[in-house]
Design a protein around this ligand. Structure first.
Ligand SMILES: Cc1cc2nc3c(=O)[nH]c(=O)nc-3n(C[C@H](O)[C@H](O)[C@H](O)COP(=O)(O)O)c2cc1C
Length: 366
């Protein structure tokens, strides 16, 4: 059967479909549980969560599903704080704050890197079945501690080198993120613009160089994409954009609408919102900040600076100042319940198998 893979076996799930952990309130407990209940793996995007928020969401998920689910975390980064850079960025952001009626930014919140350790403790406390990471590789002791407690660990890579590094660090599996992907780039070992490799080129090259199961991400929206990724050597897929527009997703309605009406040439890579390159639908904020991108503070400082703008813009329903993360396949997006999306994908794969007269396992046995 097409759906029996290394990943479905190891995670005890029915279909090799993982809903990406998407930080910022998109992955509601309802979405995570709906995906897991439908036979995929729901993943809570907890990168920006306080330990209390994470604990509360895990408790809600456990009430909604008895199936495996995961938590996605950000490996912390601690960039050098350059005061002049912050002042320059604030000057650029001030006219936008004025247009939104936001008070002048007076101080920068502290970067708290200990939150990550507290998040790990919550994952351990609730024996969350799967813990995935992006923006780097966590310390070996963290990986070891999770694995010792029976938690499956998943890293993120955007190049063959990063996938090998994840394997060497002891990760059980690796998400291989192609350049089509919506949201932040997971690149950490090489300059991000050298690491913009398309999903179709990246998957087979990684498959030839690592022995841990690989999970394909980037531009996968339907049965065609899922089946193609499996043929290229992936053991599962991770889909983000396709789940953003689901009924259970907590994404802002303007974000959902922008993706549902989006076209393939409208997404761009920008560092303007967070200081880290990410793919989203082009809007006025991105256009205005474009020429200054190279001199903005690094992630997460720029992310902190734009936080008030993004949340106020969402409140005022002004999508021109919001981050509208989206992969390169918005025309394939649908407004469905998560279970309907998974059913659509599996039906499409059955159709492909029939169309190409691919031999099914049951037939091979005869
Ligand atoms: C709105 C949005 C938010 C995302 N947030 C995260 C995140 O918090 N953690 C993470 O590992 N990946 C995140 N990603 C990236 C996904 O893991 C995945 O690589 C990407 O969605 C795959 O491409 P696709 O959007 O075309 O499916 C996000 C993607 C989107 C679209």
């Amino acid at each position: 059967m097409w759906n029996h893979t290394e990943v479905t076996k190891k995670l005890s799930i029915k279909f090799p479909i993982i809903q990406a952990g998407m930080a910022g309130g998109i992955t509601t407990p309802e979405l995570v549980a709906a995906v897991s209940n439908a036979g995929g793996l729901g993943m809570l995007g907890a990168g920006y969560m306080t330990p209390e928020q994470l604990e509360s969401d895990i408790q809600k998920i456990i009430k909604l599903t008895s199936k495996p689910f995961g938590v996605n975390l950000f490996v912390p980064e601690n960039p050098v704080v350059i005061q002049e850079e912050i002042e320059r960025a604030n000057q650029l952001l001030e006219p936008i704050r004025q247009r939104l009626g936001i008070k002048k930014k007076s101080h920068l919140p502290q970067i708290n890197t200990s939150v990550f350790d507290e998040q790990i403790q919550i994952v351990l406390k609730y024996e969350v079945p799967v813990c995935s990471f992006t923006f780097g590789i966590p310390p070996r002791e963290t990986i070891h501690q999770l694995k010792k407690n029976g938690i499956v660990t998943i890293g993120t890579a955007t190049t063959v080198k990063e996938a090998i590094m994840n394997e060497e660090a002891g990760m059980d599996m690796v998400v291989v993120q192609g350049s089509e992907a919506g949201g932040h780039r997971g690149s950490f070992a090489e300059p991000f613009d050298d690491s913009m490799i398309g999903t179709m080129a990246l998957i087979p090259q990684v498959a030839d160089h690592v022995s841990i199961p690989i999970i394909a991400a980037g531009g996968i929206m339907d049965g065609r994409g899922v089946f193609a990724a499996l043929i290229l050597g992936a053991e599962a897929v991770q889909m983000g954009t396709a789940f953003v527009t689901c009924v259970e997703s907590g994404a802002n309605e303007l974000h959902k609408k922008a993706i549902l009406n989006g076209t393939e040439e409208q997404t761009v890579i920008t560092s303007a919102f967070s200081g880290k390159p990410a793919r989203g639908l082009k809007n006025e904020f991105i256009v205005k900040m474009k020429e200054h991108e190279d001199s903005l503070p690094a992630y997460p400082i720029q992310n902190m600076l734009t936080q008030d703008i993004r949340s106020e813009a969402a409140k005022q329903k002004k999508s021109e100042w919001m981050s509208l993360w989206c992969g390169q396949n918005p025309r394939l997006s649908k407004h469905l319940h998560a279970a309907e999306l998974i059913e659509m994908i599996t039906n499409q794969i059955e159709e492909i198998i029939n169309k190409f007269h691919l031999i099914k396992e049951t037939e091979r046995l005869i």
